[in-house]
Ligand binder design. Structure first.
Ligand code: CDT
Length: 310
């Protein structure tokens, strides 16, 4: 008997700086209802899905920065999303900036959670690959200040048993790094879910601009195939606070094939019936890790950070 998880990538159009969390949550609930109407078990929302993507601009005032973070989940503003998920009996994945007090100090992470059909948080991930820079670059078309506003995630890439599947999470820039997928592949992940905010223009490498959509799908398709896993990517797309962001939200099979993809840059649902056993053909043959990996030859991957040219 096949194991089907019907999954939606819930792409969001832009959230402008003056849009409230309550409004963003209303948009997400509308997509969640659509997903339920299509028989979905799980709906995947983007990275930092409750506000505009503030790492694109410089802030110094602590209170102003903190206002973009969630110190409780659910909170008063996000509770309706949890309540609706519970009512509809649908799971969801949500990205949000997290403010935590740990060891007596304030910590800020770019976080995502997995919520099951009862509205319970069953998994948490804190983004590990933070792109961009920490210093003020006022002359750039926009800034990419994740290294200023967030700490590197400290939870690794756990895999969670939920909704009858082995599920893992990553966030945006993580999808460009093979290590993110492989750590979960080595735990037998069956589906990886992620959200992204990806500008179309890279001020520091403008020669990449024409390839943005290609690179977006390239990395997720490669990660899916090489790790025999489904990959679901949900964008926050369109022109947000002056920054034009990629759409292309998608559902990718363990074969590496694109099964469904968004065709707009607004709020849009794409969904597919995902057979969780589809990856077995790959994990038992060409990517049978136990049979074919040679970890004794891979030491440099964890010992060395940057390339060294002898
Ligand atoms: N949010 C995030 O991680 N965005 C990065 C931007 C990279 S450079 C323009 C990404 O990898 O999509």
């Amino acid at each position: 008997m096949s194991r089907i998880l019907t999954v939606a990538a819930a792409q969001l159009g832009p959230i402008q700086r003056d849009e409230s969390r309550a409004s963003a949550v209303r948009r997400m609930i509308a997509l969640m209802r659509q997903a339920k109407g299509h028989g979905c078990d799980l709906v995947v929302f983007p990275e930092a899905a409750l506000t505009a993507f503030f790492p694109h601009w410089w802030m110094e005032d602590e209170a102003e920065i903190d206002a973009y973070f969630e110190s409780a989940m659910p909170s008063n503003e996000t509770a309706p999303l949890f309540a609706e998920a519970q009512r509809l009996e649908i799971g969801f994945h949500l990205g949000y900036p997290e403010l935590a007090i740990e060891g007596g100090r304030k910590r800020r992470f770019n976080t995502a959670i997995l919520v099951d059909k009862s509205g319970t948080i069953v998994g948490k991930y804190r983004k590990i690959h933070l792109p961009g820079h920490a210093e003020h670059r006022p002359d750039a078309a926009y800034q990419n200040l994740e290294k200023r506003y967030f700490e590197t995630g400290d939870l690794g890439w756990p895999v969670f048993e939920a909704m009858g599947a082995r599920l893992g999470m990553m966030i945006c820039n993580d999808r460009r790094w093979p290590e993110s997928y492989r750590v979960m592949g080595l735990q037998g992940v069956e589906m990886i879910v992620l959200g992204y905010n990806t500008p179309k223009h890279n001020p520091w490498a403008p020669d990449h601009d024409r390839l943005g959509e290609f690179h977006n799908h390239l990395v997720m398709q490669a990660g899916a195939y090489q790790n025999a896993s489904w990959v679901i990517g949900a964008a926050k797309a369109g022109v947000e606070a002056g920054v034009d962001q990629l759409g292309g939200s998608c559902i990718i099979a363990p074969s590496g094939e694109l099964v469904a993809q968004a065709v707009t840059e607004g709020d849009e649902l794409v969904f597919a019936r995902c057979d969780l056993d589809l990856g077995k053909s790959y994990s038992r043959s060409v990517f049978n890790f136990a049979m074919h990996r040679e970890p004794q030859c891979y030491g440099m991957i964890v010992e060395r950070k940057g390339a060294v040219i002898a």
